[in-house]
Design a binder for this molecule. Structure first.
Ligand SMILES: [Zn+2]
Length: 345
C-alpha cells in the first residue's frame, strides 16, 4: 500500500520497519481516531506517543489547568503553561501540534459527564483512560461497553500502576474486575494523598499507548489480554488473567448506572483540598463576570479560558463552561455557597 507522500514515509520509517506494524499497519494508523480522557501524567504521555506515531486524529478531554506541581511528571507541559494558568487541554493541543503537524489534535476543556459523554467519546476507534478517579472510569466503561468501543484502563500512584485493555464482548470490563467482589484491584489512594513518581505514570502510559497502537494499526491479536501491574520502586511486575463475570452489571446485564445523569453528584472532590462544582448547565461570559467581581474579591486574573480569584482563604477558578474549582476546602456546602454568591446559580 503506497504512502500518501514521501515526507510521511520518512517520518514513520522506523515504526514501519517494525514487523508488527509494517506499511499496512501504518496506513491504518494514519486513518485512525482516538480520544484521551484526562491529560495528567498518563494522558499527556500517551497523547505524546500516539501523536508521534501518526494516529490520524486525537481528541484530548481535560477539566483542569496546569499547575507547577504537575511539571515533575506531566511531560507535555512547561513552566510557561503553569505561569499562564492554561487549561491542560489547550496547552496539550498546542504542544502536540508543534510535535506532529500531520495529526489532527483537538483539545476540549470539559468535565466528562453523562450529559456530554456521547458527544465527547463518540466517533473514535479507541478510548484511553488518563483520569484520576473511578467515577469517571466507570462512566468511560459504561459508555464503551454500551457502544462497543475498546478502551484502555490505566492508573498510577506512588511507585505503582496498572493497566488493562477492555474490548467489549471479548474481554472482561472494568465492572467485571472491580464490582465482582474478591481482591480489589483498584487504586484507592490518589497522587494528592501519597504522591506519585514520574517513571511509573510514564511506564503505564507507554504500555497503554502500545495497546492503542495494536488496536489502531489493526493488530488486535497482539493485545496482551491481561491486567498488568508494575512497581518501579520494588521492581515487581505482575500479569493476571481476568475472567468475564457472567453476572456483570455492565457487560452482561447491560445496566449502565454511570450513564444516568440524575445519579451523578454536582459537587465532586478533586485533589486533596479542592472541590469541583458543576451545578450550572450553561456557559458563562468570563469578561462580564470579571467586571462584576473586581470590586468584591482579590487577585482577579483571566485568560481566554478561565477566570481565577481569591476569597481568602479560598481560591476559585471558573471555566467558560460554567464549572468551577474551589481550592481550600473539601466541604460541598462551602463550595455551593461561595459559587452561588460569586458566580451565580
Ligand atoms: Zn463486565
Amino acid at each position: 500500500m503506497p504512502f500518501v507522500n514521501d515526507s510521511l514515509q520518512e517520518k514513520y520509517s522506523r515504526q514501519v520497519l517494525f514487523a508488527g506494524i509494517g506499511p499496512e499497519g501504518q496506513q491504518r494508523l494514519l486513518a485512525s481516531r482516538a480520544a484521551i480522557v484526562g491529560c495528567g501524567a498518563i494522558g499527556a504521555a500517551a497523547a505524546n506517543l500516539l501523536v508521534r506515531a501518526g494516529a490520524g486524529y486525537i481528541r484530548i478531554i481535560d477539566r483542569d489547568f496546569v499547575e507547577p506541581s504537575n511539571l515533575q511528571r506531566q511531560t507535555l507541559f512547561d513552566e510557561s503553561d503553569a505561569r499562564d494558568v492554561l487549561p491542560k487541554a489547550v496547552a496539550a493541543e498546542r504542544k502536540l501540534r508543534s510535535i506532529n503537524s500531520s495529526v489532527t489534535v483537538e483539545g476540549v476543556v470539559a468535565d466528562l459527564s453523562p450529559r456530554n459523554a456521547d458527544t465527547l467519546l463518540g466517533g473514535v476507534d479507541v478510548l484511553l483512560d488518563g483520569t484520576d478517579n473511578f467515577e469517571t472510569r466507570f462512566l468511560i466503561n459504561d459508555l464503551a461497553v454500551k457502544s462497543s468501543c475498546p478502551w484502555i484502563y490505566a492508573a498510577g500512584v506512588a511507585s505503582y500502576g496498572l493497566t488493562m485493555t477492555v474490548r467489549p464482548g471479548a474481554t472482561a470490563c472494568l465492572a467485571c474486575l472491580l464490582e465482582s467482589g474478591g481482591v480489589n484491584q483498584g487504586l484507592e489512594e490518589t497522587c494528592d494523598t501519597i504522591g506519585v513518581l514520574g517513571p511509573i505514570v510514564n511506564l503505564i502510559a507507554s504500555l497503554q499507548a502500545a495497546e492503542a497502537l495494536k488496536l489502531l494499526s489493526g493488530r488486535p491479536e497482539a493485545l496482551h489480554g491481561r491486567l498488568l501491574s508494575c512497581d518501579v520502586w520494588t521492581g515487581r511486575m505482575q500479569s493476571i488473567g481476568v475472567m468475564r463475570n457472567p453476572q456483570c452489571r455492565a457487560c452482561a446485564r447491560r445496566d449502565f448506572t454511570y450513564l444516568d445523569e440524575e445519579a451523578q453528584p454536582r459537587i465532586t472532590l478533586c485533589g486533596r483540598d479542592s472541590v469541583q462544582i458543576h451545578e450550572r448547565a450553561r456557559a458563562l461570559d468570563l469578561a462580564v463576570l470579571e467586571a462584576r467581581l473586581k470590586p468584591l474579591v482579590d487577585d482577579v486574573r483571566q485568560n481566554d479560558f478561565l477566570l481565577r480569584f481569591r476569597i481568602s482563604p479560598y481560591e476559585m477558578t471558573v471555566f467558560a463552561d460554567g464549572r468551577a474549582i474551589l481550592k481550600g476546602t473539601k466541604d460541598p456546602a462551602v463550595a455551593r455557597s461561595l459559587y452561588a454568591r460569586y458566580v451565580g446559580a
